[in-house]
Design a protein around this ligand. Sequence first.
Ligand SMILES: [Zn+2]
Length: 342
Amino acid sequence: MLGSALDLVMAAGHPFYDNDHQKVDTPDYSFMYEEDYAKLSAGETDWNYFESNDDFKKMAEGDVKPDQKYWGIAQVGSTLQNSRSGEAKEPYSDPLNDVVDLPTMTTGALNALGQDEDGFSVMIEGGAIDWAGHGNNPVRDIEETQDFNKSVDAAIKWVEENSSWEETLLVVTADHETGYLSGANEARTEDNPEADNRFNAMEGEKGKVARHGWYSGQHTNQLVPFFFKGAGSEDIMARISGTDSVRGDYIDNTLLANLTFDEWWNDDTGQADDPEQPEDAANPSDDGGKEGSSKGFAAGLATGLGILGAVVGGLGFLATQMGALSIDLKPIYEQLKRVGLR
Ligand SMILES: [Zn+2]
């Protein structure tokens, strides 16, 4: 990634810190190559490298420069908060690590990327929601989902203050559910032959973990919600695949990728390869009065591997380790064409 066309990377996974934000003597290079970390931290690359809470905060406050590449690693191990010590029975009862949170990363990333007049795409992942699901841990699941929810709020605020819904598309979705989280006592097993064998609502009191059940330790095939707002929304609505009697309208899970590649992404260098690109597909209601509006593309938010993770499977494993990740679609698109996938 060090030599890639990405403009911004933010993540946990600092080799010199453990999961409780404590400095360690023996580094752990599970999340990045030793050589890459050495070069980045020594300032021997074209990236601006940073790791302190203050640096993340400054970016969120707008202290960013144009045409710069930013790489931030929070001073913590595998996750910002999910993997910290403690087994409390209620959310936030285990002391929090004093590190940057996802909403702050989100605003900082959007401030940096939003300076590009040609637009940008970014994938922001609440990746530890998945890990909490694998661990069947409702306390961490709530903490991580609430942190992600605040990141969505931060993205909405950023669009409304710095861009507009006419030029930016925001998508909130997941690539899958994990853990088959549902109501308590649903599935009959050897240990629990008296289970109801039917759907039970999750119930409880405000501020407490609801009565619930986990029915898997893995990724599941539960339907996932797909929320979207802004430029290109009409294109999505025009391509609803069908209507589920319980869950409502649904789309094919390749729709967004196809729209992005075939209609929304205006590749100024690739006109010959893609002559049929509509000039203003992302803004059907915009009569073309705004120069460059079709170039402005999209901030995507995802709780799983995300839209881009789904499009580019090879990047998925990286995304699971990251708080935030930006992807310039152009080189990926070129790469896909080269290997014959597009
Ligand atoms: Zn997973």
